[in-house]
Every structure is written in C-alpha cells, then in structure tokens.
Write a protein that binds this ligand. Structure first.
Ligand code: COA
Length: 345
C-alpha cells in the first residue's frame, strides 16, 4: 500500500515526523565476496549432504572472503555503494556505526578502519555488537542521533567475515554461515517518514545458546584455548531455533502495533536470513503471504549483522520495494538479541 493510499484513511505515522524532521534511508548498498562455496563443496569437507542442508535450512550456497579480505574491506565496499546511491560524499558523513561479531581485531573499532578506507574523515566511528540483530540496533541508534538533531548523515553498516570464526570441521555449524556486508545511509528527509519505528530486545540469561567463548577477557588466546577450539562459534541449534521464532514474531508484532499497522499493509518483509524454516514459521504466525517475504539465504546463508542489510539492498535493486512502500525488518541473534523495524521507503 502506498503512502498516499494510507493517508486517505488514517495517518498514525505523523507522530514519527517530529517538527518536520524524519530519519530516512536515502541509500543502501551491499557487497559479498566473489568465492561461492556450495553445499556440494561442503560435502567434500564434512559428513553432510546437499539434501540435508537444503531441507533443514534452505541454504544452497554461501560466500567466503579471501584470506586477505577482511570485514573492514567488505564493509567499505558496501558503504561506498550506499553512499553512491544516496549521492553522499564521504566528508558529509557525521557518524559511522558498524555492527559486527567478526571485527578485523578486538580494537581499534572496525568502524574506524572503514572510516579511513572510505575517507569519511569528519565522522565519529564506533562498533556495536548485537550479533545477527546488529543492523537493526544500528538503525535505531542512528535514528536517535538524526531525530535529536545531533547529526544529519549517519552510515550504518552490518559486516561479517564469519568464515574466520566457523569451525570448518563441525557440520552442525559450518553449513549455516557466510560472509558479506550491507550498509545504509540515514538522513533527515523532511518530506517523508522514513524509519517509522524500531525496537530492540535482549536476554542475557540465554547467552550460552550461541557464543564464541575464546579470545576475550574470560578466556584470552592461549595454546590451550586454541587447541580446545574455543575461538570457534558454538551453538545449540534446536534451542536457538525455538527462541528465534518466538522473539522474531514478538518483535514484529510490537513494531506493527506501535505504527498501528496490519501485516497486510506491509509490502515487503525482510527477516533475518538464518533458516528458511524459521522464516516460514515467523511468517505463518504473522499471517503474511509468501509474496510478502524476501528471501536470499539460499545464496548467502546466515551473514549475521549483514543479513537484512544485504537483503534490503537486493529487494530495492530488484524492484520489490519502491518509494512509499512499507517495509518490515525483523531479526534475531546471539545474546540473545532481537529487533524489528518498520520503514516507509
Ligand atoms: N549434515 C548432516 N547431518 C547433520 C548436519 C549436517 N550439516 N548438522 C547436524 N546434523 C545431524 C546432527 O548431528 C544430528 O544427528 P543425531 O540426531 O544423530 O545426533 C541431527 O542432524 C540433528 O537433526 P535435526 O534434529 O533434524 O536438526 P534440526 O532440525 O534441529 O536442524 C539446525 C538443525 C541447526 C539446522 C537447526 O536447529 C537450526 O537452524 N537452528 C537455528 C540455527 C540458527 O539459525 N542460528 C543462528 C541464529 S541467528
């Protein structure tokens, strides 16, 4: 449903446009590394089959970055594309928020490395860590700065080189993940509504469901920690699955409620691309039709913080979202964390 059609019967979203100020996404961009690793390739590495992976997850292939290609490189490519589409020059960027669980290194922030790579010298830059929910957390943080008039142009990036923390001998996890990056430029665009609302949530009581125990202050790198495989991602798949469906459903309902929108008014739903069965379960509970749901996980697998950002870019590029459309993003990740956002494009 277009903006003009909605305005004819009610416009509850007027409250998201404060004194002529709004937070719009004026450009999105994405980048995935060139190397494609198919399920057939994984059959040669671990005891798995294309049939198992496809039927349990919907994933057919994923991208894997080169050994000399880092999260900051993927991020910089995606950011450059988003800036081009928004018509924004690097020096116009006030703030860079980069969401990742695979930073180039523990410090400095990968956002600072990206700042240097894209030449956004005026910007403040920091990383956030909300795992697969990171891009929506970044959107909400960026929105706060725009609406409060602190900044006018914010670059939000989700970027991951998950291949660097995946145990390529563990069939339970290595089939699920991939590398990539997506970015968005947030700006005040007074004539439209833009990002209507976003919600974020966390449950640290379930932190152990999905984690990488090694490499932090609790378990610094040592020969023992490396030998024990503590620097690889670990996951309780079944519990994660159940929590994902519940949390994504609740988050989506919450943002729809806040905007007084019905699911039928949403043109495009972009869920976190972790598992097709999770996406289908959430969509069914929301009462969404398959035509509303954007899916690209068959080609990329779960790219964590980059996931919905890449999907958003592809949905816009593919003409699935046009100006005025209502878009629902919904995510879930380690932490646990979850979030959702409604955007009027
Ligand atoms: N190939 C073949 N067999 C595999 C396999 C693989 N790649 N990975 C696991 N298996 C085996 C397991 O060893 C287990 O075998 P066992 O029963 O002999 O012990 C069996 O398959 C488990 O099968 P099942 O119970 O049907 O798995 P599942 O339906 O729970 O699916 C996941 C497993 C991981 C796909 C699913 O739990 C999942 O997607 N969870 C959420 C993961 C996720 O999205 N994480 C990120 C959230 S942001």
């Amino acid at each position: 449903m277009s903006l003009s059609a909605l305005k004819t019967f009610k416009n509850p979203r007027a409250k998201y446009n404060f004194e002529g100020r709004s937070c719009s996404i004026t450009g999105v961009g994405s980048y995935v590394p060139a190397r494609v690793v198919t399920n057939a390739d994984l059959e040669k590495m671990v005891d798995t089959t294309d049939e198992w992976i496809t039927s349990r997850t919907g994933i057919r292939a994923r991208r894997v970055a080169a050994s000399d290609e880092y999260t900051s490189d993927l991020a910089a490519h995606a950011a450059t594309r988003a800036m081009q589409k928004a018509g924004v020059k690097p020096e116009e960027i006030d703030l860079i928020i980069l969401a990742t669980i695979t930073p180039d290194m523990p410090f400095p922030a990968t956002a600072c490395i990206v700042q240097q790579k894209i030449g956004a010298y005026r910007a403040a830059a920091f990383d956030i860590e909300a795992a697969c929910s990171g891009f929506i957390f970044g959107l909400e943080i960026g929105q706060q700065f725009i609406m409060s008039r602190t900044y006018n142009t914010v670059l939000v990036i989700g970027a991951e080189k998950l291949s660097s923390i995946v145990n390529w001998t563990d069939r339970n996890t290595c089939v699920l993940f991939g590398d990539g990056a997506g970015a968005a430029i947030l700006q005040n665009r007074p004539e439209s509504h833009g990002l209507l609302t976003a919600c974020m949530g966390s449950d640290g009581q379930k932190a152990d469901l999905l984690s990488m125990p090694g490499g932090g202050s609790r378990c610094p790198a040592s020969t023992q920690s490396v030998a024990a495989g503590l620097h690889f991602l670990r996951m309780d798949g079944k519990e994660t699955f159940k929590n994902a469906v519940q949390a994504m459903h609740n988050a989506a309902k919450e943002v729809l409620r806040r905007c007084e929108l019905d699911i039928t008014q949403i043109k495009c739903i972009i869920p976190h691309q972790a598992n097709l069965r999770i996406i289908n379960a959430v969509s069914e509970r929301l009462g969404a039709t398959p035509e509303q749901v954007f899916i690209n996980l068959d080609r990329y697998g779960n790219t964590s913080a980059a996931s919905v950002a890449i999907a958003l870019d592809e949905a816009v590029e593919g003409g699935k979202i046009v100006r005025g459309d209502l878009v629902l993003l919904v995510v879930f990740g380690a932490g646990l964390t979850w979030g959702a956002a409604v955007i009027e494009w």
